[in-house]
Design a protein around this ligand. Structure first.
Ligand code: C2E
Ligand code: MG
Ligand code: MG
Ligand code: MG
Length: 275
């Protein structure tokens, strides 16, 4: 983008800024070909039901196996994919991949198995996911095989397009989770406006969770509020037994994090389920 603003601008770039800009433009080009070359893959992180210890959910997390730079994390390339709108094609690929995987795991682990996928606000533009419900139908899958994770920002000032897409999800049975809950905006009014199925408590509330912490108070308040509004709660980034115990005691429904498992390849996930 900087380049488009004129060659002279480069003069004001520090070498580090110039390097970053170069990497960025190279990354867009690389991203463009990555789908065609099959360089993306999904990992799956088990989501544990705290009461029973059972796993009938997983979150799909994208990875990029770059031929030169190795494995690139989504935190690095998703923002670039969003800016360039490549996220729409990538998002549809994630959906297809996750749908195939959930069909397989429903056969193996039961028809209530769900996979959640992350959806960027940009993916709501032009209703790029409008065909998801019919795709699931064609595969013989129930809508609630898939949970779509979105962030609060999308709902704060939801456009007509966003509202329509969320209603379409509800009609199709596709479930909706609010990711990174509590980190976005302080407005809660969207919770009564939209039909949300899950709140995912952000890792920043879980990281320092101890019996006497204010984070404990916040987690308990979030869980109580969610339940009274008819939502289930998933805690993110649970790394220690103590965090898991506090959340279970607070009646949190589900948890995911390194305490249970890191994100796994599909094969490794199957191995985890055998343990
Ligand atoms: P997220 O959806 O909030 O995903 C949770 C992140 O926390 C993942 O990072 C996961 O690997 C990491 N995590 C899980 N358990 C723990 C734990 O116990 N401790 C710590 N410290 N971290 C844990 P990851 O895979 O690097 O993904 C980062 C973000 O990238 C995701 O955050 C999500 O916003 C985005 N993302 C990932 N896959 C996709 C995708 O397919 N599409 C879109 N649009 N965004 C994606
Ligand atoms: Mg997520
Ligand atoms: Mg999150
Ligand atoms: Mg619902």
């Amino acid at each position: 983008a900087a380049k488009a603003e004129g060659r002279n601008r480069w003069r004001y770039f520090t070498p580090a800024m110039q390097k970053a800009a170069e990497i960025r433009s190279r990354t867009v080009a690389d991203l463009r070909s990555a789908l065609a070359l099959g360089q993306f893959y999904l990992q799956y992180q088990p989501i544990v039901e705290l009461e029973s210890g059972k796993v009938h959910k997983a979150e799909a997390l994208i990875r990029w196996q770059h031929p030169v730079h190795g494995i690139i994390s989504p935190a690095e390339f998703i923002p670039i994919a969003e800016e360039s709108h490549l996220i729409i094609d990538i998002g549809n690929w994630v959906f297809q991949q996750a749908s195939r995987q959930v069909a397989c795991w429903q056969t193996a682990y039961g028809s209530d198995f769900q996979i959640s996928i992350n959806q960027s606000p940009v993916q709501f533009h032009g209703e790029s996911s409008a065909h998801w419900a019919s795709d699931l139908n064609r595969m013989g899958l129930e809508g609630n095989s898939i949970v779509v994770e979105i962030t609060e920002g999308l709902l704060l000032d939801a456009s007509e397009t966003v509202s329509r897409q969320l209603l379409a999800y509800r009609d199709a049975g596709i479930q909706v989770a609010i990711d990174d809950f509590g980190t976005g905006y302080s407005s809660l009014s969207y919770l009564k406006k939209f039909d949300i199925d899950y709140l995912k408590i952000d890792q920043s509330f879980v990281r320092n969770l101890t019996p006497d912490s204010s984070d404990r108070v916040l987690c308990e308040a979030i869980i109580t509020m969610a339940h009274r509004l008819g939502m289930k709660v998933i805690a993110e980034g649970v790394e220690t037994q103590q965090q898991g115990d506090i959340l279970k005691l607070a009646d949190c429904d589900y948890a995911q994090g390194y305490l249970f498992s890191r994100p796994l390849s599909a094969d490794a996930f199957a191995g985890f389920m055998l343990e």
